[in-house]
Design a protein around this ligand. Sequence first.
Ligand SMILES: Nc1ncnc2c1ncn2[C@@H]1O[C@H](COP(=O)(O)OP(=O)(O)OP(=O)(O)O)[C@@H](O)[C@H]1O
Ligand SMILES: [Mg+2]
Length: 449
Amino acid sequence: MPSPTICVIDDHQDIRSALVEMLQLADYRVTAFSSAKDALETLDRNFTGIVISDIRMPNMDGFELLSRLQKLDSDLPVLLITGHGDVQMAISAIRSGAYDFIEKPFRREHLLEVIKRALDKRQLVCENRRLKDAIASQNKESIIGQSSAINSLKEKITRLAKADVNTLIRGETGTGKELTARRLHEQSDRHKGPFVAINCAALPESMMEVELFGHEAGAFTDAKKTRIGKFEYAHQGTIFLDEVESIPLALAIKILRVLQERQVERLGSNQSINIDIRVIAATKVDLKKLSEQGAFREDLYYRLNVVELYLPPLRERDQDVAMLFRYFVSQASGRFNVPAPELSVHIIDTLMQHDWPGNVRELINVAERFVLTDTLIDQHTLASWQSDTDQQSLPKRLERYEKRLIEEALLQSQGSIKLTYQALGIARKTLYDKLTKYGLDRHRFIDDQ
Ligand SMILES: Nc1ncnc2c1ncn2[C@@H]1O[C@H](COP(=O)(O)OP(=O)(O)OP(=O)(O)O)[C@@H](O)[C@H]1O
Ligand SMILES: [Mg+2]
C-alpha cells in the first residue's frame, strides 16, 4: 500500500502553505488544492489518506465538499477547518459527518494528534477492505491465507491433485490437514467419487479392521449381514486416513497390502475385490522418526509418504492470523445473524501475539465468541477462553456468556439484587431464577472492606 497522503484544501494561499509546511515537517506526504473542485477530481475510494479542508471557500464550500466525499466514500475521514471561537460552525461540521474540526490558528500538537487518529482509522478501513477483497476473490471453502507457506501449499495442492499419488499431510492439531485432504480430492479427477474419512485413533483395533475392510455375513458372531468397508466405499475416490500414527502394527501390514495390491478382502471372505483409490493420510507426529523407532511400520510409512505436505502452526504464520480472523468473524456474524463487532488495531495485535496451540480451530472459536459477546480481546480474555472447554454448543456458550454478564453486574453492584436486576433490565424473579440456575451466591460479591 502506498504511504497515505493528506489532502489539504484551502483557497487562501498563506494558510494552505502554513498547513502544508507543518505537515511536511512532521513527515507526512501532502497534496494541496486551492479549490474543492480540483481536489474532487483526484479523490476516489482508493484514496488511502485523509482530507483537511477549509469551510469558507468560494464556489464549493467545505460542507458541500464533505457531503460529496461522504457519497464517494462514507469512511473517508474529513477534517474541517473552523475559525477561532466559531463554536457553531464546529458543531455543524461534526453534525454533518466531519471526522473532527481544527481551529485556526492551528495548534501544532493538537493538529498532529487529530491527524494521527484520523489516519489510523483510515488505515484500518483500507486494510479491512483490502482483506475483504482478497477473501472474496478466494473460493468458498477454500484455504484462506497469504503467508508464503499457504501460498506454496495451494500451489502444491493444485499440482498434486492431478498427480494421484499417495500423500501424507503433517501438522499440529487444527492446522487444516483435513481441509487440505478435501481440497486435494476436490481438485483431482476423482472429485466425482467419494471422499471417505476415517479416524484411525477413534476405534479399537478390531473395530477399526471391520470399518476398513468390511465383512461377509456370518464372518463372526455379530456379523449378521454383509458389510462394506471404507476401502471399498472409497472406490474411485479418496480415502483419508486421519491420525494414521495410531494404526496398530498388526493392522498396518494389512493396510500395506491393500495399498500395494489395490485389492481388499472382506473379513470372512477369500475373494479379492479390486479397488481404485487414492490414499491421503494425516499425522500430528513425525512419522519417519516413529517408524525409525519401530513404533510405526517403516514400509507403510514409505508407501504413504510418496509426497509430504507440511502445515506449519499458526504461530509461525502471523500474516494469516488477521485474514483468517476477519474471515471467520464475517462467517460467524452471518451464521448467528448478528453484526460483526469492529476490529481494532489493538485486537489484531493481540491475536498476532497469541500462541494458538489449537491453531485455526482455536481461532475459529475465538472469532465466534468475539461475534457473540463483542468482548474486548486481550491476552487475558484469550487465556480464559482457552481454558474453557472447546466445541460446546451455541446454547451452552450463550449460557456461559449470560452467567458472566450476571457476575459482572453483581460485582458492579456489590451484590445488590435490586441494582443487578435493574442494570440487566430483567425482573427480580428472573434474576433469582438465574442465580439458582448458575449457582451464584450474591454474598460473594459483597465487598466487606
Ligand atoms: N487455511 C485455512 N483456511 C480456512 N479454514 C481453515 C484453514 N485451516 C484450517 N481451517 C479450518 O479450521 C478447522 C480445523 O481444520 P482441520 O479440521 O482441517 O484441521 P486438522 O489439521 O485436521 O485438525 P486435527 O489434527 O485436530 O484433526 C476446520 O474448520 C477448517 O475448515
Ligand atoms: Mg483432522
